[in-house]
Design a protein around this ligand. Structure first.
Ligand code: CAA
Length: 260
């Protein structure tokens, strides 16, 4: 039986998604992107979901990029379709109603780095290496890297990384904002799951709304983002969970959120 390219496990409202092609360092081919897209669509429809942790199978790599062997024979038409599939998949990941945490367990290159850039938070272990090495292949990033990298690390650093293709070690990745924190190899997944568990215990309606408003605000002028925030804040006063959260504070007890 063929191994599944993407594994999904849901426990306690936390979805664990694993890109599972360890022999190819989890490189993203068409089949893997399609499997990831399907997994994302299922997660998006799950109202009990609170948070997602995304990682790569094996002990070497998160994702070492788009599949170079598959790309090698593409002509522009096929490359356009491949890029569109990558874009749609990463856009869908970014638009998931719950936060997505990347646990970067090794190589995070090319399409892998672009995958991490579509996540809300990125944690890495100390042996992780980030980069957009497409210029080494005579290519440019094709899954959003020319756009999302600059938004995350600033235009000048992003330009340097895309034009040199150099690898960024974990400590530098943290310093430039490409990842949020770096952990020992064995601590990465438990720490990422800890953060997911913390988020999962908060008011679920508020968490989803906070993500939506913050994401939308990143691409909008400040006045529009602030307007979105005001509307979302007001809307929460119709939500049972907000009433419960505030009542629990006043009554000095723990809130019992019902995702309503
Ligand atoms: N695509 C296809 N196969 C890949 C791959 C990729 N991106 N990265 C690694 N592999 C495969 C290798 O071909 C090799 O397969 P075989 O065992 O069948 O030969 C296997 O994974 C192990 O890789 P290496 O033997 O190369 O492992 P290493 O430890 O010596 O090197 C590495 C690791 C530095 C990550 C190296 O594999 C590498 O440079 N990979 C390519 C990285 C890259 O250029 N990524 C960008 C791709 S382009 C892109 O992503 C475009 C886009 O934005 C859409």
């Amino acid at each position: 039986m063929q191994e599944q390219a993407v594994l999904v496990e849901i426990q306690g409202g936390i979805g664990r998604v694993t890109i599972n092609r360890p022999k190819a360092l989890n490189a993203l081919n068409t089949a893997t992107l399609r499997a990831l897209r399907g997994a994302i669509d299922d997660l998006a429809a799950n109202e009990e979901l609170r948070c997602v942790v995304l990682t790569g199978a094996g002990d070497k790599s998160f994702v070492a990029g788009a599949d170079i062997a598959e790309m090698a024979s593409m002509r522009p038409q096929a490359a356009r379709r491949f890029a569109a599939l990558g874009h749609e998949t990463f856009d869908a990941l970014e638009a998931l109603p719950v936060p997505v945490i990347a646990a970067v367990n090794g190589y995070c290159l090319g399409g892998g780095c672009e995958l991490a850039l579509a996540c809300d938070m990125v944690f890495a272990h100390e042996k992780a290496r980030f980069g957009q090495p497409e210029v080494d292949l005579g290519l440019i990033p094709g899954f959003g890297g020319t756009q999302r990298l600059a938004r995350r690390v600033g235009a000048m650093r992003a330009t340097e990384l895309v034009l040199t293709g150099r690898h960024v070690l974990a400590a530098e990745a943290k310093a430039i904002g490409l990842c949020l924190d770096v952990f020992a190899v064995d601590d990465l997944l438990p720490r990422a799951l800890d953060v997911a568990t913390t988020i999962a215990a908060k008011g679920p309606v508020a968490v989803r709304l906070a993500k939506r408003v913050m994401r939308a605000g990143l691409d909008a002028p400040l006045v529009s983002g602030n307007a979105l925030e005001r509307e979302a804040f007001a809307a929460l006063f119709d939500a049972e969970d907000a009433r419960e959260g505030m009542a629990a504070f006043v009554e000095k007890r723990k809130p019992a959120f019902r995702n309503a």
